[in-house]
Design a protein around this ligand. Structure first.
Ligand code: A3P
Length: 340
């Protein structure tokens, strides 16, 4: 397997290095696609935030310009690594792991940027940058770049096809994704807005009306691509990562072209990286406990860390609700070979 070139010492996204926290001097939100977007089907989201349906998936209206711009303008480099997921599936964890593993020789763990930056500041979400008119930040990043997104594969295909880039994708039990979403929205909701009843959230989720929804086609597209091109698309499951973190960290490193050496393994580096990226560690860091957020991510960093457990759905769903979701999932994934 080809080895990724070492990242330059300053492999952090440019604005983090400059201390600008994701903001250019005068960011100008992208308006180029406003006319197109205004014609798309719309739906009130779980927050006071409009969703629009674009080529089969729902997106927050404010983010759609970025999604369309990536689809139409972005071209991947052969050395790019993309960390992709359906929201609330373990993106923050996977970004932290991928970044810590890839930069381990440049950033000794004791002084690693992840001690003071949220993983989303280390691996930027490219469609958000495009939406904010900051595409130049991505172009200016040295290779190899690590970039994140929740975009469905069908919308990314033209940007990456033939480039040779790699993708890591994480999926999660659909029931836990929904529960995580529901709590996330609850934390984000303005004080004057009522809490969305869980049953209503379930109904909208089943209809696919949520950020990047429907979840099933999102997961299935990446699963199928990982079956077609396993050397370029690594498909991970949150539950399996939780159960066997060490083997998954090693697998991730191998896939990214920077396997752990025997010496590194003996020194306990894999475990140290896992500890750095663990839920407990990240959640308790100053940067992730404060009210901090950056211009790229609208959510406060603390909202990204809740329980970090498998199976919390049992505390929120009736057996009937769980059965409904499980049946939908089985039916949607039928014949694909994917089990979750
Ligand atoms: P819960 O709400 O179930 O706790 P995403 O990063 O895609 O937004 O996903 C958020 C979910 O991942 C939340 O799940 C969050 O607590 C969990 N999470 C965040 N960091 C994690 C980590 N380092 N390890 C495991 N889970 C993590």
């Amino acid at each position: 397997m080809a080895t990724l070139p070492s990242l330059p010492t300053s492999s952090l996204p440019i604005e983090s290095q400059n201390g600008k926290k994701g903001e250019e001097q005068n960011p100008t939100p992208l308006q180029e696609y406003d006319d197109l977007i205004s014609t798309l089907p719309q739906h009130e989201g779980w927050l006071p935030l409009r969703l629009r349906k674009y080529q089969g998936s729902w997106f927050p209206e404010h983010n759609l310009p970025g999604v369309i711009a990536v689809q139409k303008r972005f071209k991947a480099r052969p050395t790019d690594l993309f960390v992709l997921s359906f929201p609330k599936s373990g993106t923050t964890w996977l970004k932290a792991l991928a970044f810590a593993i890839i930069t381990r020789t440049q950033h000794p763990l004791a002084h690693h940027p992840l001690h003071s930056l949220n993983p989303h500041q280390c691996v930027l979400t490219m469609d958000r940058l495009f939406a904010l008119g900051q595409a130049s930040t991505i172009e200016a990043m040295p290779s190899p770049r690590i970039l994140g997104s929740h975009m469905p594969f069908s919308l990314l295909r033209d940007s990456i096809e033939g480039s040779g880039c790699r993708i890591v994708y994480v999926c999660r039990d659909v029931k836990d994704v929904l529960v995580s979403w529901w709590h996330f929205h609850d934390k984000m909701r303005p004080a004057e807005m009522d809490r969305v009843p869980f049953a209503k959230a379930l109904e909208m989720f089943c209809q696919g009306i949520c950020h990047s929804g429907p979840i099933w086609s999102h997961v299935l597209e990446y699963w199928e691509e990982s079956q077609r091109r396993p050397e370029k698309v690594l498909f991970l499951k949150y539950e399996e990562m939780m159960e066997e973190p060490t083997s998954h960290a090693k697998r991730l490193a191998e896939f990214m072209g920077c396997p752990f050496s025997l010496e590194e393994e003996k020194e306990g580096l894999v475990e140290e990286i896992l500890k750095l990226c663990s839920f407990e560690n990240l959640r308790n860091l100053e940067v992730n406990r404060s009210d901090k957020r950056d211009a790229v991510h609208l959510a406060k960093f603390e909202t990204l860390f809740r329980k970090g457990k498998v199976g919390d759905w049992t505390n929120h769903m009736s057996p009937e609700m769980a059965r409904k979701l499980d049946e939908m999932t089985q039916q949607k994934f039928k014949g694909s070979g994917l089990t979750v």
